[in-house]
Design a binder for this molecule. Structure first.
Ligand code: 26Q
Length: 817
């Protein structure tokens, strides 16, 4: 649908629908309904409109016939849907008016929505942006995820330390945007044993599960921007089935199943809060299989219902695996094709190996998934057999390629030998997929050269790059209405669907009038954030200060502690010389730490303690403030990102696969201070060297320094500013009367060996900050750079990422409605 074809909208019947839901769904009245109930009723009324289009899209014969992508992800960090869907539906103004007539302010109502935090960070948010871009461009898509009862924990601080609380995101009333699809429920087995039966004179292996649960799908509508297309994000919820079939259990299984019964109701209870770190827990593997099995069956159900043969599966469907988390879908499809559909190994493999594609999101060794063979054997005995067979056949290829090279076999084998044999999910993914991609140019190079060089040699066309992107609808049009209006005034209103058009504002980068307007919008956005901080944290901020922002999961490789060292350096300089000349700065942090990641939590504690002291220290004349915003989430990002002057992207080179916050902040006119890592490299290429602040060691530099035997003390002893800054952590400056409380951070950087080279990059980092400080004093020059950032990052629209997937990997066509 073209923008000119506005959706038919009948205000009066919409208002009736809201009122109907108030009474019929929420048992309240216009007179007594709370603000929350008004939001819920409005949400239900809107969801009805999208459900209509969801079902119509599903029933569309052209879509049934077209090739679809199935995006399998354990995480979809969608954020609030109401505001965004209103933008996509083109109804923002109409609903504002309709609700105003009912006596309610839309902006306030939108604040009543809880974030569905069904993801940890980048990988989950990427999946959400991709769904938005698939729908906007009408590439047939189904998203498959899990309906966690509890999303990512809520974070608060108690005496500076992170506290976690459960996040019951859908509330007691249920989430207004979701619709149950009981007719599409599936049964999923676990445990049990494998039997050999004879069928038509053939020996067939059959898995007899020891326990069965039900997978109930909930659909969330993903509304295409300015189109009638609505695709489902299908989230599976685990329900126990009663009575459990105990008859078929043998003794061992019976015991197993007793134990499993307890787990059954728990499978989709809670999202695992680890980001870039795998923890081999049984329940996590159960989640993964539950998700994969339900999704694969749903895909096959659709495929067969459309009248296609199994052999044509790769022509009709592609299955994109969001990291290795849904890897078990590969042996699951093999099992169904062979054991349930009676295919030979070769026929099944011919289908399966042309259906799956895999995206790698990390090179961190601790994040590469491995599972004990014994666990898979117990939980999924037939899948373990299939994995062995895949491996057996694959190792024959390895031996053909490198005869007599045992080392190669050991390295490439799906099975990692040792006291406990482990299954390497990434190897299984590369072997079982027709395409594998990294998420930024540098990352994909490293995937080829460092992670999978032998796979690249064996399968020279398999490895790709698809640089990540972000949806411009949520991350500019919705979250930054001021800047959006300004852009539209200059270049028209097509940019949200064609972000490369932003280049059209580059010609105004030197225009003094435009610079003023652009900076006035930035100021308003900074005020909005300052108001939030004042209301929620009681800290008063000066919007003339540089708003310097690092927002992302807390991880050593992301180096929040390097940012903190810079804060300490500024503080030290101000204490030593109160007239020290610096543009006032507010250093923002927002980050959740995995609950089991001790050092990450210590770093949070250190930042909070330092903030407490710095913010209240009369000696520094208000020139420096530190604000750690609690409970970072999508809706918080929507407030922080438009207000950022400086975007911190300071991971040790080679460690951040891409980053996507870097793209969001550049689009909203923040200047990046960053290392040559992930997508920073490509942002620099786009905006030009003058409009970004690159510092520190690059990938080769890191290798060199490490190879030479890195000793952080060399830097500590040689750099007085570094030494003074670090030493501030040792005394009781920030923890009065209790020296040493911040030792953990200090120790990790010195005796702990500083594994991410913070000290090596410190001097260069400080220098880059000084250059930014100098530039900020020239507001016109700063404005020009900020405008050019907005203008030149059109490449990072997730629409472009999706087109790359479509053209190079998925090979499918848009179907417009
Ligand atoms: C694995 C096993 C068991 C439990 C948890 C996990 C797990 C969960 C989440 C492992 C990794 C993740 C998340 C990884 C992630 O978010 N990676 C980020 O992906 C972004 C999108 O591609 C990139 O921009 C980031 O650079 C990358 O860190």
């Amino acid at each position: 649908m073209k923008p000119t074809q506005q959706k038919q909208f009948d205000k009066a019947s919409f208002q009736d629908s809201v009122k109907k839901h108030l009474s019929a769904t929420y048992a309240t009245t216009i007179e007594t309904a709370s603000e929350r109930q008004w939001y819920l009723a409005m949400g239900r009324a809107l969801a009805e409109l999208t459900t209509f289009d969801l079902l119509a899209t599903e029933a569309d014969e052209r879509i049934k016939k077209a090739k679809s992508v199935n995006y399998l992800s354990l995480e979809f960090l969608i954020g609030r849907l109401t505001g965004n869907n209103l933008i996509s539906m083109g109804l923002y103004e109409q609903i504002t008016e309709a609700m105003a007539e009912l006596g309610h302010n839309l902006t306030d109502l939108l604040e009543e929505e809880r974030d569905p935090s069904l993801g940890n960070g980048g990988l989950g948010r990427l999946a959400a942006c991709f769904m938005d871009s698939c729908a906007a461009q009408e590439y047939p898509t189904v998203g498959y995820g899990l309906h966690y009862e509890y999303g990512l924990f809520k974070q608060s601080f108690k005496d500076g330390r992170q506290q976690e609380a459960p996040d019951a995101w859908s509330g007691v009333e249920g989430y207004p945007w979701e619709v149950a699809r009981p007719e599409l429920a599936q049964e999923i087995g676990f445990y049990g044993h494998v039997e050999v039966v004879s069928e038509n004179g053939k020996e067939v292996r059959k898995w007899v599960p020891g326990m069965t649960v039900k997978a109930m799908p909930w659909d969330l509508p993903i509304v295409g921007y300015e189109s009638n297309t609505v695709y489902p994000l299908r989230l599976w919820e685990c329900k126990a089935i009663a009575p459990f079939s105990l008859a078929s259990f043998n003794n061992g299984d019976y015991f197993e199943a007793q134990h499993a019964l307890i787990d059954a109701g728990n499978i989709t209870k809670v999202l695992y809060p680890n980001d870039n770190h795998e923890k081999g827990k049984t329940l996590r593997l159960m989640q993964q299989y539950f998700h994969s099995a339900a999704s694969v069956r749903d895909i096959l159900r659709r495929h067969e219902a459309a009248g296609y043969t199994l052999a044509s599966l790769p022509k009709q469907e592609t299955i994109q695996l969001n990291d290795t988390h849904p890897t078990i879908a590969i042996p699951e499809l093999m099992r169904i094709l062979m054991d349930e559909k009676g295919m030979s190994w070769d026929d099944a493999w011919a289908i399966s190996s042309k259906t799956f594609a895999y995206t790698n999101h990390t090179l961190l060794p601790e994040a590469l998934e491995t599972w004990p063979e014994s666990l898979i054997q117990r939980l999924l005995p037939r899948h373990m057999e299939i994995i062995f067979e895949i491996n057996h056949r694959f190792l024959q290829e390895v031996r053909a390629m490198w005869p007599g090279d045992g080392e190669k076999q050991a390295k490439l084998s799906i099975i990692q030998e040792g006291f406990h044999r482990m299954v390497r999910m990434a190897n299984l993914c590369v072997i079982g997929s027709y395409a594998v991609n990294g998420v930024a140019a540098l990352h994909s190079q490293l995937v080829k050269k460092d992670l999978f060089p032998e796979f690249d040699a064996m399968y020279p066309t398999r490895l790709h790059n698809v640089t990540n992107g972000i949806t411009p609808r949520r991350w500019l049009k919705f979250c930054n209405p001021g800047l959006s209006a300004l852009i539209t005034e200059k270049i028209g209103n097509e940019w949200p669907a064609k972000l490369e058009q932003l280049e059209g504002i580059a010609q105004f980068a030197d225009d003094a009038e435009f610079q003023k307007e652009y900076m006035a919008v930035k100021k308003q956005n900074k005020q909005r954030l300052a108001d939030w901080v004042s209301d929620n944290m009681g800290i008063e901020l000066d919007t003339n200060a540089i708003f310097d922002v690092q927002i992302k999961r807390l991880h050593e490789y992301k180096r929040q502690h390097l940012d903190l060292l810079h804060v300490l350096a500024l503080y030290h300089r101000l204490l030593k010389d109160p007239s020290f000349d610096m543009v006032p700065r507010v250093v923002f942090f927002a980050a959740k730490a995995a609950p089991g990641y001790h050092l990450a939590k210590e770093i949070i504690f250190a930042i909070n303690k330092i903030a407490e002291k710095v913010n209240n220290d009369p000696r520094i004349g208000g020139k420096l403030k530190v604000v750690f915003i609690p409970d970072y989430r999508v809706s918080m990002a929507e407030i922080i990102i438009p207000a950022a002057d400086v975007s911190q992207q300071i991971s040790m080179a080679g460690k951040e696969a891409s980053g996507t916050g870097n793209m969001k902040m550049a689009l909203n006119g923040a200047l990046t201070i960053g290392t040559m890592d992930g997508a920073n490299v490509e942002i620099r290429e786009e905006v030009g060297d003058d409009n970004i602040y690159i510092f520190g060691l690059d990938v080769d530099g890191v290798k060199r320094v490490k190879a030479a035997g890195y000793n952080p003390y060399d830097y500590y002893n040689a750099d007085p500013l570094l030494k003074s800054s670090l030493d501030l952590l040792l005394g009781d400056e920030f923890t009065p009367g209790k020296p040493g409380l911040l030792r953990a951070t200090y120790d990790s950087l010195l005796d702990g060996g500083d594994p991410y080279l913070c000290l090596a990059d410190f001097a260069s980092y400080v220098e880059a900050h000084e250059a930014m400080d100098a530039q900020y004093r020239d507001q016109a020059g700063w404005a020009k750079k900020a405008i050019l950032n907005t203008a030149l990052v059109g490449k990072f629209s997730s629409d472009r990422s999706i087109r790359d997937y479509v053209n190079n990997i998925w090979k499918l066509e848009a179907v417009s409605r």
